[in-house]
Design a protein around this ligand. Structure first.
Ligand SMILES: [Zn+2]
Length: 431
C-alpha cells in the first residue's frame, strides 16, 4: 500500500522530537491555565505547582487529575480560559446521568478539531472524491459535527442527513451514491437490516466502501459482521466531549488506533491508585489537551480501559498506538468474583451460528448482588428452524469458554429488542 499522510511531518515525527514538542506545549499550557482560570490556579496552587514546576513532559505526573465531577461542579463555563466572547461554538454530552459536560470552542479550537478529524479520516482512507453520509445525530452531541468538519476539510462531499429515518437513509445512500458512512456501528447494522427488508442486498446494491464508526464500544466480531454485510472496510474512532469530540484517536489502514499525541497527551494509570503504568500495561486512559484554548483538559480521567504502546506501525506513523477500548470502568461488572465486560459477552455470542447482532445483557439485582442473563435474537431463518435450546446451550458454552461463568442465555423472537439510531443499549437493569 502506498504511504499517504494528511500531515506527514507530525504523523511521522521521531519519538524524541515528539517528546520535545509535548514538553514545550505542556509548559505553555500550564502557564496559560495558571494565569487565566481561577479554578485551575487554585487546583495547582493547592499542590504547590507553579508554571516553573513543569520542565519536561514527564512532569505531568505531578499534576492533579481532572474528573467528570470537576466538570459538573463548574458547569457550564467555569473552566473557560478565554472570555465567553471568544467562544464561537458549543457542544455538550447527553447528560443522562446528571448535568451535561459542556465543550466550548474558540475559532482556533474549531480549526484544530477540523484538522484532527481530517487527519483521522484521511488515515481511514477518506479522500476528496468521497461522498460521506453523515448518519450521526446532529445537535449538541459532538459526533456529527466533527465528522462533517474533517470530511469537508479533505474536500469530500458530506450528506448531512443525521441519524434516523432509516428508509430515507437507504434511498439517499443509493440515489447520491454514498461511498462512506459515518454512524454508530449498531446503527449501521440496523440500516443493513432495513435494506434487506426492502429487498436490497447491502453488499451489492450500494457504492459504500468505508465505514467510520464511533461513540459506542464494539467487538472485532461485530466489525467483521459489518464489513461482510456491507462489503466495506470498517474503522474505529475514539474521542470525548471533554477533550474535543472525535479526532483524538483513529485508525490507519492497518487498523491500528493512532493517538494524535502532538495535541492530546496520553497516559495510562492504575484506576485504583492513580499511579502511571508502563507502556503496554492495561489501565485507565488519561488525556491532556496540549493546544486547546477555550477549555483545556489537564489529566482528564476517561474511565475507559486500554493500553498504549509506541511500537513502529507498518503504516509509517510514529504516533503512539492505543488498544481497542476493553470497556469503561463504569461498565465493569463483578459476577461471582469474576470481572465481566459487555464486550466479552458480545465476542462470545458472535461465535454462535445463526446469531443476529441484536442482544441485551440483563442485570438483575438481588439485595446487593447482581446476576446476569443474556437475551439474544437468532436470525430469522434460525428462529424458524426451532430447537432453540440448542442455540441457547451453544451461546452459554461460548460465554463459559471466555469467562468461566455460567450465564443463562434466552433466545427471543427476531425484532423484539428496540433498535437505536445512536448508541445501542446493550446492558439493561431489571429489578
Ligand atoms: Zn498505523
Amino acid at each position: 500500500m502506498t504511504q499517504e499522510f494528511w500531515d506527514h511531518k507530525y504523523e511521522t515525527l521521531p519519538l524524541r522530537e515528539m517528546k520535545d514538542l509535548q514538553s514545550k506545549r505542556l509548559k505553555k499550557l500550564i502557564k496559560y491555565v495558571y494565569t487565566t482560570n481561577k479554578y485551575y490556579h487554585k487546583k495547582l496552587t493547592d499542590v504547590n505547582i507553579t508554571p516553573d514546576s513543569i520542565k519536561i513532559a514527564n512532569d505531568i505526573e505531578k499534576l492533579p487529575f481532572l474528573t467528570k465531577q470537576d466538570l459538573r461542579a463548574y458547569y457550564p463555563f467555569g473552566l473557560l480560559c478565554t472570555p465567553l466572547d471568544d467562544i464561537v461554538e458549543v457542544h455538550a454530552s447527553s447528560g443522562t446521568t446528571g448535568k451535561p459536560v459542556v465543550g466550548p470552542y474558540t475559532k482556533n479550537d474549531i480549526e484544530l478539531w477540523s484538522e484532527m478529524m481530517a487527519r483521522s479520516l484521511f488515515a481511514n482512507g477518506v479522500r476528496k472524491k468521497d461522498i460521506l453520509q453523515n448518519a450521526y445525530g446532529y445537535g449538541l452531541f459532538t459526533g456529527a459535527h466533527g465528522f462533517e468538519k474533517g470530511a469537508q476539510k479533505i474536500g469530500a462531499m458530506v450528506i448531512t442527513i443525521g441519524a434516523g429515518n432509516t428508509e430515507r437513509q437507504i434511498d439517499i445512500m443509493r440515489d447520491f451514491g454514498s461511498t462512506v458512512v459515518a454512524c454508530t456501528p449498531s446503527y449501521c447494522l440496523h440500516i443493513a437490516e432495513v435494506a434487506k427488508q426492502k429487498g436490497l442486498i447491502p453488499a451489492k446494491d450500494f457504492k459504500l466502501r468505508l465505514g467510520v464508526f464511533g461513540a459506542e464500544s464494539w467487538s472485532e466480531e461485530i466489525r467483521r459482521t459489518i464489513e461482510k454485510r456491507w462489503d466495506i472496510v470498517a474503522h474505529e474512532h475514539y474521542g470525548l466531549t471533554e477533550l474535543i469530540g472525535p479526532g483524538v484517536v483513529s485508525e490507519c489502514e492497518y487498523k491500528k488506533l493512532h493517538i494524535n499525541a502532538d495535541h492530546f497527551y496520553p497516559e495510562v494509570i492504575d484506576p485504583s491508585t492513580g499511579e502511571s503504568l508502563e507502556s503496554g500495561q492495561e489501565g485507565e486512559l488519561v488525556f491532556t489537551t496540549l493546544t486547546k484554548e477555550a477549555f483545556p483538559a489537564i489529566r482528564f480521567r476517561t474511565k475507559d480501559l486500554a493500553s498504549i504502546t509506541e511500537d513502529m506501525c507498518e503504516c509509517g506513523r510514529t504516533l503512539p498506538i492505543q488498544s481497542r477500548i476493553k470497556g469503561r470502568s463504569d461498565d465493569m461488572m463483578k459476577i461471582k468474583g469474576v470481572i465481566v465486560f459487555p464486550s466479552q459477552i458480545e465476542a462470545a455470542l458472535m461465535q454462535v451460528a445463526g446469531v443476529s447482532d441484536n442482544y441485551q445483557i440483563v442485570k438483575t439485582k438481588h439485595g446487593d448482588i447482581y446476576s446476569l442473563s443474556v437475551e439474544v435474537e437468532p436470525l430469522e431463518e434460525r428462529h424458524k428452524e426451532g430447537h432453540l435450546d440448542d442455540f441457547e446451550k451453544k451461546a452459554e458454552n461460548e460465554i463459559y469458554r471466555i469467562l468461566n461463568l455460567h450465564i443463562p442465555v434466552h433466545a427471543i423472537p427476531p425484532r423484539t429488542i428496540p433498535r437505536s439510531t445512536g448508541k445501542a443499549k446493550r446492558v439493561v437493569e431489571r429489578k
